[in-house]
Design a protein around this ligand. Structure first.
Ligand SMILES: *[C@@H]1O[C@H](CO)[C@@H](O)[C@H](O)[C@H]1NC(C)=O
Ligand SMILES: *[C@@H]1O[C@H](CO)[C@@H](O)[C@H](O)[C@H]1NC(C)=O
Ligand SMILES: *[C@@H]1O[C@H](CO)[C@@H](O)[C@H](O)[C@H]1NC(C)=O
Ligand SMILES: *[C@@H]1O[C@H](CO)[C@@H](O)[C@H](O)[C@H]1NC(C)=O
Length: 707
């Protein structure tokens, strides 16, 4: 066994040991399983690649530098410090075939949770043979992999899952963002900057409490860190460009914190007084700017000189710099006429773009460039494609490792999952259709072909699934009907029954535990309120109104013990888009608010636990976790998955990522990660939508066109 494998297996053993303990505990105590949706994420087959900045870009010149496992992104080329090297086994550096290995630090989502890894890669030398193969993978003897930080890091003593992002290294210290500390305020991001001493694991928070900092970058000397931050102001729900400002503080301890730029994000340093960043310009184009900080301290915002760097007619963003390189920067761009995000250089002397990745892989997104310290290489993340025959199978259920022994968490490749009463089947939506599948991923088949959303199983009549047939997010007057589907019917032409027929917006059906009635929301009076109807005959068998008011009550579910119906409502501020969760008895009494969103916030999709004592729901309680522009479709209007007890206690955040998590389901029985093995399909297309708002281009005159 070589060194790389030894390290890998040591890590694996630790993980497996933790997992085995968890398994036993869960079996003993029962344990809960929650399944949820993440928009786009199952298709993000990201690896990190690198191109030379001095040679014309070519397919053969593109090097894949991560290992094709999981989703890898937001890389950083460190100057290898003694502290970093000390993490490697002694023999590692003696490798005859290549004297100059590549050092890479990056974010990886192995085991479903984000970690920061350090890879030492041999064979990165430009003259090596393997570079002649397209996107070649470096086989295991050529790579040493060291996990630096994970969601459950034993060295830092952190015991909760968290999102880790945007690493940089300065000497002994890794600087990064993490979401492991609750901001304590609804709708306030948990993202903050930390530094961890590599040798000791000692971790220090650099962001003041109550403040969220994104996208940290450390100056070449290591003395200063720049971040995008709201300061005390906080996130107000924006999901496109954030209205952050740029702050600078001492990397050592977070002191000397000064706002240096009003309106800007994704800072990076060229020298101790020159920063680049992105912002949306007044003419509508997203552009890169330069801020020159005065040499004389104390630093004040008035003494900072700001110049636009990239011209209109191209969106240019997420800039990357290298120390003392005043000749060029790297950027990601969206050009009118192209549907893809590409990495380009921008020549600061000639003021022109130099295209890179479009010439290599035109029909693929390339994101978040970063430059090597000597400027010779630009890295970025992009789809791995089927390099060397390696494709990640698309799992129906991807396990998200958790630290809690009583919970297993899965991301489903579909939306609106729900479990059959015995827990042996899942119904879910895959536009346009309703599907049924076993939890291990086998037996998948379509049971309804057409636009539909939400699923719920009848608790009494076998194989009956309820859904809403029609478009989502539609007005009260749009035709959406409650349907029941007999998923075991031999004759599919008669398996679907329409329970409402009034041509209004009827949706989110959920049956009572005795299977006699259904609660749903309907726009039949011009407002979306809650109703009950007969589960078999539909509204013709009896219709009762449960809530009434000029507001929206929606996303209802019935507790398994029959006592409560939970729903989301904007009744406290109708039409504002702000939703809180409420409970009501099925007889219309006992209405109470279960959870208050932050101002303007959204809390949605409540579903009860099998014991009826808790709910799982989606909420923007934890704000957003990264600059939305830094990943595709990367905004979080619905936020993360949370659970809480019906008495309002024990609020727990289950998901930590910068994606859009939604539509949770609480399984009636525990599903162990090992029970879910089968890939859903062989196909891994890596097709997803980039931030849709990047498709909007202003005209050159500065007038915005909305497409
Ligand atoms: C974690 O992920 C790795 C790589 O994807 C996988 O090989 C390993 O089995 C996973 N570990 C556990 C405990 O699930
Ligand atoms: C960084 O800080 C150290 C310690 O305060 C100081 O000696 C050094 O000159 C600083 N370097 C730069 C480039 O400002
Ligand atoms: C309504 O239902 C609740 C819960 O089942 C019950 O406690 C209450 O007595 C009922 N009220 C009426 C007026 O029936
Ligand atoms: C996966 O691909 C192989 C070979 O192309 C094929 O034999 C197999 O049936 C496929 N499996 C699925 C689940 O599509």
């Amino acid at each position: 066994m070589n060194i790389a494998q030894t390290i890998f297996f040591a890590t694996l053993l630790l993980l497996l040991h933790a997992s085995a303990t968890e398994h036993q505990n869960s079996k003993a105590g029962g344990g809960d399983t929650i399944v949820f949706t993440t928009l786009g994420r199952p298709r993000y087959e990201f690896d990190i690649f690198a191109l030379s900045t001095s040679r014309p870009p070519s397919i053969s010149g593109e090097l894949r530098i991560t290992d094709g496992e999981s989703v890898n992104f937001n890389g950083y080329f460190p100057s290898p410090s003694p502290a970093l090297i000390s993490l490697l086994p002694d023999e590692t550096l003696i490798q005859p075939e290549d004297s100059s290995p590549l050092h890479l630090i990056y974010v990886t989502e192995r085991n479903g949770t984000s970690s920061i890894y350090y890879d030492l890669i041999y064979g990165g030398d430009s003259n090596s043979d393997y570079k002649k193969k397209r996107r070649s993978v470096l086989e295991s003897p050529s790579r040493v992999q060291v996990p630096l930080l994970s969601g459950f890091d034993h060295r830092s003593g952190m015991t909760v899952n968290s999102f880790k992002d945007k690493p940089s290294l300065t000497g002994e210290f890794l600087v990064y963002v993490s979401t492991h500390e609750n901001s304590g305020e609804p709708r306030t991001s948990w993202t903050a900057v930390y530094s961890t001493e590599l040798r000791t694991g000692l971790t220090r928070r650099l962001t003041p409490s109550g403040v969220a900092d994104f996208s940290p970058a450390v100056s070449p000397s290591g003395n200063w860190t720049a971040v995008a931050s709201y300061g005390e102001r906080g996130w107000t729900g924006e999901v496109e460009e954030l209205s952050t400002d740029i702050y600078v503080f001492s990397t050592r301890d977070g002191t000397h914190r000064v706002k240096v730029v009003e309106h800007g994000g994704w800072p990076c340093w060229v020298d101790e007084s020159t920063l680049y960043f992105h912002r949306r310009s007044e003419d509508g184009w997203i552009s890169v700017y330069r801020a020159v900080l005065p040499e004389i301290k104390p630093l004040t915002i008035d003494s900072v000189i700001i110049q636009r760097v990239t011209p209109p007619a191209v969106h240019a963003f997420t800039p990357a710099t290298s120390p003392n390189n005043h000749d060029f920067i790297a950027v990601a761009t969206r050009r009118p006429g192209s549907d893809y995000r590409h990495v380009e250089l921008f020549d600061l002397k000639k003021n022109e773009f130099i295209e890179l990745t479009r010439l290599v892989a035109p029909k693929s997104h390339h994101l978040n460039p970063f430059l090597s310290p000597d400027s010779s290489r630009v890295g970025y993340h992009s789809c791995r494609g089927d390099a060397n025959g390696r494709r990640s199978p698309l799992l129906l259920l991807e396990n998200i490792q958790t630290t809690t022994t009583d919970l297993s968490l899965f991301r489903i490749d579909g939306s609106f999952p729900s479990f059959s009463p015995a827990g042996d089947r899942i119904a879910y939506i895959e536009m346009p259709g309703v599907y049924v599948v076993k939890p291990d991923g086998s037996g998948r088949r379509e049971v309804y072909n057409g636009m539909a959303f939400s699923t719920a199983w009848d608790p009494v009549r076998p194989g009956i699934v309820y859904s809403s047939s029609g478009p989502t997010f539609a007005t009260e007057r749009t035709e959406v009907d409650i349907i029941s589907i007999d998923v075991d019917a031999a004759d599919t032409s008669s398996s679907v029954r329409r329970l409402t027929t009034n041509g209004k917006n009827n949706a989110f059906p959920w049956p009572s535990p005795d299977g006699k009635r259904i609660v749903f929301r309907s726009g039949r009076t011009g407002h979306k309120n809650l109703y009950l109807m007969d589960a078999e005959k539909g509204e013709s068998g009896g219709l009762w109104r449960l809530t009434e008011g000029a507001w929206t009550d929606t996303m209802c579910s019935w507790s398994p013990d029959g006592e409560w119906i939970a729903f989301a409502s904007d009744r406290e501020s109708p039409g504002s888009g702000s939703f809180e969760l409420f409970l009501i008895h099925p007889n219309g009494t006992g209405l109470r608010k279960l959870i208050q969103s932050g101002s303007g916030g959204r809390t949605n999709h409540p579903i009860f636990s099998p014991d009826s004592k808790s709910i799982v729901f989606t909420s923007d309680y934890a704000g957003i976790s990264a600059e939305p522009i830094s990943n595709p479709h990367h905004y979080q209007p619905y936020g993360d998955i949370f659970t809480m007890k019906l008495d309002g206690s024990n609020l727990r955040r289950l998901t930590h990522n910068s994606y859009e998590d939604g539509t949770p389901a609480w399984a009636p029985r525990f599903i162990h990660p090992d029970d879910v093995v089968l890939p859903r399909t062989n196909d891994s297309s890596c097709s997803f939508e980039d931030c849709h708002w990047l498709n909007k281009y202003p005209t050159l005159k500065g007038r915005k066109i909305s497409c």
